[in-house]
Design a binder for this molecule. Structure first.
Ligand code: 6PG
Length: 254
């Protein structure tokens, strides 16, 4: 059953980052309180960086149950961690090096081996740590996604075979910007999550967001993110939301 997503709009990018960091903190605290663990998968790109940096700031850092969380990646580029295109490498600089989480709880994608082998190895890592839900699929408590201007999310790009992957949890693809080999979680895994939050900021995302949120045709990769039983929230800033007209889906952030 497709439920209308909740769209929340922040006044400006820093408010968006604070709302995203707060969402992470609340989800982590609730999961740890309920089952002693919190499993999250993070995206790369530029939008989540302000949220990541906030998680290392005292206001948020002191609230996160770091000793009980496990961090995974939604996707990564098959480049060395020191490369600025590395989602894990950038996250390590932005906050992982500054928060009290042990290396055994951080699970970067294995980008240093053949991509196809890396996909198999990461699936094994997911199997080792994550609880399994419907159909034996891994269940993340929170997945943070971005959206590209072409309607991609994760490294699931329009027209690629990976969009139709129904069995594998992780696949190797090539594409995007930069156009490199990548590993990405697939829709069966993404849609198992308890909570999916999209982050989008800036005027350059306004057009794709209007298409995705107001044109119901399920054509673009991002429109295939439909949590089986979890919640879906779009956290936008005003510029990204500037072309949205359907008042029914907009709830202003306080
Ligand atoms: C990646 C990301 C990708 C990203 C979007 C938006 O590794 O490229 O996972 O899906 O979320 O491309 O990127 P921006 O936040 O930079 O606009």
């Amino acid at each position: 059953m497709f439920r209308r997503p909740v769209v929340r709009i922040a006044e400006e990018p820093f408010e968006l980052a604070k709302a995203a960091a707060n969402t992470f903190v609340v989800a982590a605290k609730e999961s740890v309180q309920e089952k002693g663990k919190f499993f999250a998968a993070l995206s790369g790109g530029s939008t989540p960086r302000a949220m990541h940096r906030l998680l290392a700031e005292e206001l948020f850092c002191l609230e996160v149950p770091w000793s009980d969380i496990h961090l995974f990646w939604v996707d990564d580029r098959c480049v060395p961690y020191a490369n600025p295109a590395s989602n894990f490498g950038v996250a390590r600089e932005d906050f992982l090096n500054r928060v009290p989480v042990s290396p055994g709880q951080i699970h970067p994608m294995p980008i240093h081996i053949l991509p196809e082998e890396g996909a198999v190895q990461y699936e094994r890592e997911l199997k080792k740590f994550l609880p399994l839900g419907q159909g034996g699929l891994p269940v993340f408590d929170l997945i943070v996604l971005g959206i590209g201007q072409d309607g991609h999310t994760a490294s699931l790009f329009p027209g690629q075979a990976a969009l139709d992957e129904a069995e594998k949890w992780v696949v190797a693809v090539k594409g995007g910007n930069p156009d490199v080999n990548r590993l990405t979680l697939t829709f069966p895994v993404l849609n198992q999550a308890g909570q999916i939050v999209f982050l989008a900021s800036g005027r350059e995302k306004a057009s794709i967001l209007k298409t995705v949120l107001e044109d119901g045709t399920l054509q673009l990769p991002v429109q295939r993110i439909q949590p089986i039983s979890g919640n879906l929230t779009w956290l936008l800033d005003q510029e990204a939301a500037s072309l949205l007209s359907d008042e029914k889906i907009v709830v202003q952030l306080h």
